[in-house]
Design a protein around this ligand. Structure first.
Ligand code: E4P
Length: 220
């Protein structure tokens, strides 16, 4: 299973690559705004961190685009910056239509803002490299999400699509594990979510106990 970092903070991405061996990055307009840097500047900095590797970096087109031609035009411009870039397109009619148009020019797409298996199926049919169901947003809305992930994975396998299921807007360790058990290919989450998930309070408690015993025991 692959882990992507959902962030546009260069220091976080560097840490995730070097210390956690992460496989890619997902950005969105919120992450870019939080970085405090202009869009093109920050995505170029992220591209530099992934240069020479096969790590996928998802970058999102202007969310104001309401037609596929504008999405394709910007997608091609962004993809020319780095071979690591995967173009994030919204789950709208125009977004779906832009997927094959980018693909025929060798540019990969990540269908974002997906909230149902039917949207994911359409993304797969159109040739998306990644499809991103947003589970955190659905759960905030009181919706159950594990069965949706299972359905998307089953549909993908039933028809032999090569789209990877990228579970997004993940808020905690339980959701990471649920996505893995449901057969998702990738999880993307924020830095703090992974940091918390890789820790457990008992690990620190246990370490302190063992240090105490260690200190009371001769080595030889
Ligand atoms: C995924 O690709 C998205 O960037 C992300 O998961 C969106 O969710 P969030 O910004 O609410 O965390």
């Amino acid at each position: 299973m692959k882990f992507f970092l959902d962030s546009a903070i260069v220091e976080e991405i560097e840490h995730a690559f070097t210390m956690w061996h992460f496989d890619g990055v997902t950005t969105n307009p919120r992450h870019v705004q939080v970085s405090g840097k202009p869009f093109l500047k920050v995505i170029k900095e992220i591209a530099a961190l992934a240069a020479g590797t096969d790590r996928a970096i998802s970058v999102e087109v202007n969310p104001h685009h309401d037609n596929h031609a504008a999405m394709v035009e910007e997608g091609l411009k962004l993809a020319a910056i780095s071979p690591n870039f995967v173009i994030k397109l919204p789950a709208t009619e125009a977004g779906f239509k832009a997927i094959p148009l980018l693909k025929e020019q060798g540019v990969r797409a990540n269908l974002t803002l997906a909230f149902s298996a039917a949207q994911a199926l359409q993304a797969m049919r159109m040739g998306a490299t990644f499809v991103s169901p947003f589970i955190g947003w659905k759960e905030s809305n009181g919706e159950e999400t594990v069965s949706m992930i299972e359905e998307i994975v089953t549909i993908r396998d039933n028809y032999g699509f090569d789209t990877e299921v990228l579970v997004a807007a993940v808020r905690n360790a339980r959701q990471i594990v649920d996505a893995a058990v449901a057969g998702a290919d990738i999880v993307t989450a924020g830095f703090a979510v992974f940091q918390d998930a890789f820790d457990h309070p008992y690990t620190g408690v246990g370490l302190a106990k063992f240090q105490s015993f260690w200190d009371q025991t001769p080595y030889e």
